[in-house]
Design a protein around this ligand. Structure first.
Ligand SMILES: Cc1cc2nc3c(=O)[nH]c(=O)nc-3n(C[C@H](O)[C@H](O)[C@H](O)COP(=O)(O)OP(=O)(O)OC[C@H]3O[C@@H](n4cnc5c(N)ncnc54)[C@H](O)[C@@H]3O)c2cc1C
Length: 307
């Protein structure tokens, strides 16, 4: 039995694993990959200590840091996904998709979040054939083309601003009249001559042949279905927490994020902590996720030592 199971290898999970190693807590880190969501980013400019670092290099640095400190104290189960977590008489038992079982006195959930998919006909069919969820990865492929962005939050407008650097035109479709994005970002994008904004509209279908050729949407004022000719559809429709495996075990909020005490990252279940984007933390950023992981580890250490 381990002292601790850490689920997830993003900034929250890696920070926790580094602290676990330094505190000599016998831990296992179970994760599909190391790096987390921003691994795909071209340039991260707010990771404290690095004015600019690519997501790939940040992931490499996470791995190198973990390898340097983990010794025999922290075991690494890479390429694995926890599919169930149960409370047992002695602690907790986790099962992975490859059928491995792990037990521990405590668990830290740092499984982060994934992108909300566009749920209209054609969206899945044309994924990676024009429909994409990562502007920084795929944006340059659409140089000189007309593209659409779905979503009127900060992520949608930031994606639009990024795409305006190479696309012929960017049309942003937003389902409401008011934007959730910061006014300064909206103003900056709106001022660009190649930017078009369609408010109060709902995408209804991605159309194409081999690749995307257009996006159909419903004008919510007139009820009319319209189509814009585009080669790319960039979806920025929010994120979904990776918490399916703890539903019914720990308390979740209305959008399935784990409720965690911001002072120490404790969840509703004694012995389970949660950190980063999988939680109801108000702000989702790399530095915050790493800080949550550290906070959790400090608390887990004291909790284990008192048992
Ligand atoms: C494209 C993009 C760019 C971004 N750029 C920035 C930026 O510039 N600056 C910034 O501060 N933030 C940025 N963010 C946000 C930042 O990436 C997140 O806030 C941060 O990654 C959250 O860290 P986390 O450790 O909580 O979760 P994640 O990074 O989501 O990591 C979760 C980890 O858990 C693993 N996992 C998931 N489910 C399971 C499971 N069931 N079992 C085992 N492992 C599992 C995943 O494989 C992953 O390793 C960006 C996000 C995206 C999507």
């Amino acid at each position: 039995m381990y002292d601790l199971i850490i689920i997830g290898g993003g900034p929250a999970g890696i920070a926790a694993a580094v602290y676990a190693a330094r505190k000599r807590l016998r831990a296992v880190l179970i994760t599909e990959e190391i790096g987390g969501q921003s691994s795909v980013s071209e340039g991260i400019e707010n990771w404290i200590g690095s004015p600019k670092i690519s997501g790939a290099d940040l992931a490499k640095a996470f791995k190198a840091h973990l390898e340097a400190v983990k010794g025999h104290v922290v075991a690494l189960e890479l390429g694995e996904r926890v599919v169930s977590l149960q409370k047992t008489a002695e602690g907790f038992a986790a099962e992975t998709k490859k059928g491995k079982a792990f037990t521990a006195k405590a668990v830290l959930i740092a499984s982060g979040a994934g992108r909300r998919k566009l749920d209209v006909p054609g969206a899945q069919l044309f994924e990676n054939k024009g429909v994409t969820y990562c502007a920084s990865c795929d944006g340059p492929l659409f140089g000189g083309m007309d593209v659409a962005v779905v979503g009127g939050g900060n992520a949608g407008f930031e994606t639009a601003l990024q795409l305006l650097a190479y696309a012929k035109s960017v049309t942003l479709i937003h389902r409401h009249q008011e934007f959730k994005a910061d006014p300064v970002t909206v103003e900056k994008a709106s001022a660009h001559p190649n930017m078009r904004i369609i408010r109060h509209a709902e995408p209804t279908e991605v159309v194409g042949e081999q690749f995307v050729t257009g996006l159909k949407y419903k004008d919510k004022d007139s009820g009319e279905i319209k189509e814009i000719p585009v080669s790319g559809v960039f979806v920025e429709a929010g994120v979904i927490p990776n918490t399916g495996f703890v539903e019914g075990l720990v308390e979740l909020d209305a959008v399935k994020r784990i409720k965690a005490d911001p002072r120490n990252q404790r969840t509703s279940v004694e012995g389970i902590w949660a950190a980063g984007d999988a939680t109801d933390e108000l702000y989702h950023q790399n530095n915050i996720a790493a800080g949550d992981g550290v906070k959790a580890l400090e608390d887990i250490y004291l909790w284990i030592k008192k048992r």
